[in-house]
Design a protein around this ligand. Structure first.
Ligand code: FAD
Ligand code: NAD
Length: 475
C-alpha cells in the first residue's frame, strides 16, 4: 500500500528541498524523493547546486583566488611570501568537505521540519481521484501517493553531439570541478557562466586556458558596457577568449583532445588541449520521471510546461526550477518552490521575475538586476544612466581592488530604477541593495539620499545613483 502525503516533491535540489520545507512549515505532510548519490552510494541532498554546481564551484573559486592572491596580491601590502605551493588534493578535499556539510545540513533541515525523505528515483505510475502514485526505486523501493506533486528534477549539462562527456578528457561541470592535476592546456567551449568561472579557477591554478565561444558578442546577456569591461579584464588576466568560433571535429587522443574550428574571420584552426570543458548550456532533466504515465506535458525542448504560477498541465501537479522555463539559477528555483508550497496552502505565493539577480563569480565579480541598456533601447524606453568607478571609492583603494564600476539605469521621467549593473569587488553582495530597491520600486534619488557607511564599497552604489542626476560627489 502506498503511503499518503499531502505533497510529494520529486527532486531535492534548491527548488525541491526548499519547497518541501516550506510545505511542511505550513502544516502539510511532505515527502521529498531524491536520487543523487555520494561516492559511498548514500544520499547527497541539494541537487546540482550543492553537489556539482554553485557550492563546489564557489569553494574552488575561493581557493584558487587565495592561491593567486598570495602570489601576486600581497607584495604591494608589504607582505612577502616565498615558496608558495599548490596542494591540489587538499583543495579538492576541502571542496568535497564543503559539499558534504551542505548535504548533511539539508538532511538535518528535513528532520527539523519533519519532511520525510526517500533516496531513489521517483516515477509517475498513475493518477486517480485521491492523487498521484509515485514509485520510488533504487536504492529505495516503495510507492507513495500525493494529493499534490511538485516536480523539481533540475537539469543536466548539454553535450556536443560529436564529443560526449567522458569526465576524463571531455568534461562537464562535474569533471571540471574534480581535475586531479592542473592541466597545462585547458580548452573550454562556451564563454558563458560556467566557462568563465571554471576557466578562471584553472587559470589561477596555472593552466593556459582558451575559451571558444560561438556568438560574436561576449556575455550577450549582460549590459554591454559591463561585458566590454569584463572582456578587457579577463584577457588581461590571461584568459584567451575567441568569439565567433564555429566548432567542427573534436578528436580524442590518448592524453589530449584536438578541437577543429572555424574562427570568426573564416580561418580553419586547431586547438590541442589536455582537457576540454564543454559548457554550452543545460537541458531540462525528466529522465526516469515517466511523465507519459499521467500525461504530464513537456514542451519541444523537454521543459515541463507550466503557467506563471508553476502549475503544470495536470490538476495539483506543479513544477519549479531548472526543469521549467526561466533562468537556470538556484535562487529562482528556491523562490518558485516557496511560492508553490504557499499556493498549495491557499496563500498567495509570488515570484517577481523582474528582480531576479544574476551573479558571475569571476574576479572581479559581475552582478546585475533588471534591464540592460541595450534592452531599454530595444524597448524604446526613455532612460537616464549614471555610473561610478571603484577607482574613486576609498574602500576599494584600501582593499587594493579598484577594477570596475556600478551603473544605474533609471526611467527618464519617474526616476524609477530599471536596472543596476555592477562589475567589481563583492558585486555579488552589493547587488542586494539594488534588488531591494527595485522590489520596492525605488527611484535612483531614493538610493542617493540614503546614508551609506564610510568607507564601504556600497558608497559606489550611492554615488552611481547620484550620477543619474549628474551629481556624483567623489568623481
Ligand atoms: P537541481 O539542483 O538540478 O536538482 C534536481 C535534483 O533532482 C537532483 O538532485 C536530481 O538528482 C534529482 N532528480 C532528478 N530526477 C529525479 C527523479 N526522477 N527522482 C528523484 N530525484 C530526481 N546557480 C546560481 O544561482 N548561482 C550559482 O553560483 C550557480 N553556480 C552554478 C555552477 C555550476 C557549475 C552549475 C552546473 C550550475 C550553477 N548554478 C548556479 C545553477 C544551479 O545549480 C541550478 O539553477 C539549480 O541547481 C537548479 O535547482 P533545481 O532544484 O531546479 O534542480
Ligand atoms: P550559459 O548559457 O551561461 O553559456 C553557454 C555559452 O555557450 C553561451 O555563451 C553560448 O553562446 C555558448 N555556446 C553554445 N553552443 C555553443 C557551441 N556549439 N560552440 C561554442 N559556444 C557555444 O551556460 P553554461 O555556462 O553551460 O551554464 C549553464 C547554466 O548554469 C547557466 O544558464 C546558468 O544559469 C547556470 N550557472 C549559473 C552560475 C551563476 O549563477 N553564477 C554559474 C554557473 C552556471
Amino acid at each position: 500500500m502506498a503511503k499518503n502525503f499531502d505533497v510529494v516533491v520529486i527532486g531535492g535540489g534548491p527548488g525541491g528541498y526548499v519547497a518541501a520545507i516550506r510545505a511542511a512549515q505550513l502544516g502539510m505532510s511532505v515527502v521529498c524523493i531524491d536520487e543523487w548519490k555520494n561516492e559511498q552510494g548514500g544520499p547527497a541532498l541539494g541537487g546540482t547546486c550543492t553537489n556539482v554546481g554553485c557550492i563546489p564551484s564557489k569553494a574552488m573559486l575561493q581557493s584558487a583566488e587565495h592561491f593567486e592572491h598570495v602570489q601576486h596580491g600581497l607584495a604591494e601590502h608589504g607582505v612577502e611570501v616565498k615558496g608558495v605551493k599548490l596542494n591540489l588534493a587538499q583543495m579538492l578535499a576541502r571542496k568535497n568537505g564543503v559539499v558534504r556539510q551542505n548535504n548533511d545540513g539539508i538532511q538535518y533541515l528535513f528532520k527539523k521540519n519533519k519532511v520525510s525523505f526517500l533516496h531513489g528515483r521517483g516515477s509517475f505510475v498513475k493518477a486517480d481521484a485521491d492523487g498521484y502514485e509515485i514509485a520510488v526505486s533504487a536504492p529505495a523501493s516503495e510507492s507513495v501517493k500525493g494529493r499534490h506533486v511538485i516536480v523539481a528534477t533540475g537539469s543536466n549539462p548539454r553535450e556536443l553531439p560529436n564529443a560526449p562527456f567522458d569526465e576524463k578528457l571531455v568534461l562537464s561541470n562535474t569533471g571540471a570541478l574534480a581535475i586531479d592535476a592542473v592541466p597545462k592546456r585547458l580548452g573550454v567551449i562556451g564563454a558563458g557562466v560556467i566557462g568563465l568561472e571554471m576557466g578562471s579557477v584553472w587559470r589561477r591554478l596555472g593552466a593556459e586556458v582558451t575559451i571558444l565561444e560561438a556568438l560574436p558578442a561576449f556575455l550577450a546577456a549582460a549590459d554591454e558596457q559591463v561585458a566590454k569591461e569584463a572582456h578587457k579584464l579577463f584577457v588581461k588576466q590571461g584568459l584567451a577568449i575567441e568569439m565567433g568560433a564555429r566548432i567542427g571535429d573534436i578528436r580524442k587522443g590518448g592524453k589530449d583532445v584536438t578541437v577543429e574550428y572555424t574562427a570568426a574571420n573564416g580561418e580553419a584552426r586547431k586547438l590541442v588541449v589536455d582537457k576540454l570543458i564543454v559548457s554550452i548550456g543545460r537541458v531540462p532533466n525528466t529522465n526516469g520521471l515517466n511523465p507519459e504515465a499521467v500525461g504530464l506535458k513537456l514542451d519541444e525542448r523537454g521543459f515541463i510546461v507550466v503557467d506563471d504560477d508553476c502549475r503544470a498541465s495536470l490538476p495539483n501537479v506543479w513544477a519549479v526550477g531548472d526543469v521549467v522555463r526561466g533562468p537556470m539559477l538556484a535562487h529562482k528555483s528556491e523562490e518558485e518552490g516557496v511560492a508553490v508550497a504557499e499556493r498549495i496552502a491557499g496563500q498567495h505565493g509570488h515570484v517577481n521575475f523582474n528582480t531576479i539577480p544574476w551573479v558571475i563569480y569571476t574576479s572581479p565579480e559581475i552582478a546585475w538586476v533588471g534591464k540592460t541598456e541595450q534592452q531599454l533601447k530595444a524597448e524604446g524606453v526613455a532612460y537616464k544612466a549614471g555610473s561610478f568607478p571603484f577607482l574613486a571609492n576609498g574602500r576599494a583603494r584600501a582593499l587594493g581592488d579598484t577594477s570596475g564600476f556600478v551603473k544605474f539605469l533609471a526611467d527618464a521621467k519617474s526616476d524609477e530604477i530599471l536596472g543596476v549593473h555592477i562589475i567589481g569587488p563583492m558585486a555579488s553582495e552589493l547587488i542586494s541593495e539594488a534588488v531591494v530597491a527595485m522590489e520596492f520600486r525605488a527611484s535612483a534619488e531614493d538610493i542617493a539620499r540614503i546614508c551609506h557607511a564610510h568607507p564601504t564599497l556600497s558608497e559606489a552604489t550611492k554615488e552611481a545613483a547620484l550620477a543619474v542626476d549628474k551629481r556624483a560627489l567623489n568623481f
